[in-house]
Design a protein around this ligand. Structure first.
Ligand code: SF4
Length: 369
């Protein structure tokens, strides 16, 4: 079975940029980037990333702003912040050289047991099995694991089987072959007719491939109604930088938040703006709806243009209102359209920014605001 798998991988493994030299830095970045990301998309982000931050030292020297901007669109921004923190740890504790000891790899921020095993085996050829969702599925089918793969006993059995299967001297090829097989052949819809493990696969022999893996309990989908307001003043747009916690920590956004029960989106955006910035605003434009999904959330984002609601505003030297009272952010900026393009934003806010500028491309952008 091992030989059949390795032969198949040698002939069918995809030619991916990090599979050319297997430097630990490249393997690490690819592993973090490919979590929750499609391969094609991951490869183009990876190539741009390597041009921008070719070594751990280059990454360690970058600003958080630059790193988040390079990550923009991949979501789960704590991963980008952890990459930066880990690169700085590599620089400070390991002289800029990616560590090979498993406990040192595991101590890097954002590196959990799976990623530790992936880096240790793929970059350093250490004999440790990797178990990702693809491997779980392949093992559950080949060995007919008859419980959901995340259930404690089933997970332990899968981990033990994965380790038992591993040829100690070929951890790099074997682990990648297992994951690749799960991605290309033994996917949600199994392609048993072209599978190198068909002769060894219990589920196939029993005719129960469609029943493996046993489905686990599905997480409930949460529907969220959220508002955001684009506040303009004297040719600039107000944006705020989210506090460092949470999925979008450190990213720039237009103020806003959840619609409360019984509230209209227009009311919510006025309330949220006031709560988050202290500014009293009124709605001037309706920019429509942006729908966005992540993990188990389905977000409907109601987008508005807002302006300051009367009153005499204290202004700074540039004539911009001061100071906002920030309650959900660590910094703010009155950004020009050009600056807005260079800030890292959550996907839905980026869509809104792009939509605003697409409406008036080129020099007319300035007149839009
Ligand atoms: S034979 Fe089918 S079910 Fe079994 S490992 Fe191959 S593709 Fe998956």
């Amino acid at each position: 079975m091992r030989e059949a798998l390795l032969r198949w991988f040698a002939a069918n493994g995809r030619d991916l940029p990090w599979r050319r030299t297997y430097t630990p830095y490249e393997v690490w970045i690819s592993e973090i980037m490919l979590q929750q990301t499609q391969m094609d998309r991951g490869v183009s982000y990876f190539q741009r990333w390597m041009e921008r931050f070719p070594t751990p030292e280059a990454l360690a020297a970058a600003s958080e702003e630059d790193v988040l901007h390079a990550w923009e669109g991949l979501g789960y921004y704590s991963r980008a912040r952890n990459l930066l923190a880990a690169a700085r740890r590599i620089r400070d504790l390991h002289g800029g050289v990616f560590p090979g000891r498993r406990e040192d790899i595991a101590a890097l921020p954002g590196v959990g047991p799976y990623t530790t095993a992936a880096i240790a085996s793929i970059a350093f050829e250490q004999p440790v099995a990797c178990v990702d969702a693809n491997v779980e599925r392949v093992i559950a089918r080949v060995f007919d694991v008859d419980a959901p793969v995340k259930e404690k006993n089933a997970a332990a059995r899968i981990a033990a089987l994965a380790q038992e299967l591993l040829p100690p001297a070929q951890a790099r090829a074997h682990n990648q072959a297992m994951m690749e097989l799960g991605a290309l052949v033994c996917g949600r819809k199994a392609r048993c007719e072209i599978c190198p493990l068909a002769d060894f696969c219990l589920s196939r022999h029993l005719g129960i491939v469609h029943e493996r893996p046993v489905p686990g309990r599905k997480a409930d989908t949460v529907l969220l109604d959220v508002v955001t307001g684009v506040l303009r003043h004297e040719g600039r747009i107000f944006v705020q930088k989210r506090c460092d916690r949470g999925a979008w920590g450190g990213l720039w956004e237009f103020p806003g938040g959840r619609v409360e029960p019984g509230e209209e989106p227009r009311q919510a955006v006025v309330r949220e703006h006031h709560e988050e910035t202290g500014f009293a605003v009124r709605v001037t434009d309706d920019y429509g709806i942006i729908r966005h999904g992540y993990t188990t959330y389905r977000v409907t984002l109601y987008c508005f243009g807002v302006s300051l609601d009367g009153g005499a505003w204290a202004t700074d030297a540039e004539g911009l209102p001061v100071p906002p009272v920030l309650t959900a952010a660590s910094a703010y900026r009155w950004a020009s359209p050009q600056e807005l393009q260079s800030l890292a934003m959550p996907a839905a806010h980026r869509k809104l920014a792009d939509r605003l500028f697409a409406a008036a491309p080129g020099p007319a952008q300035a007149s839009l605001i």
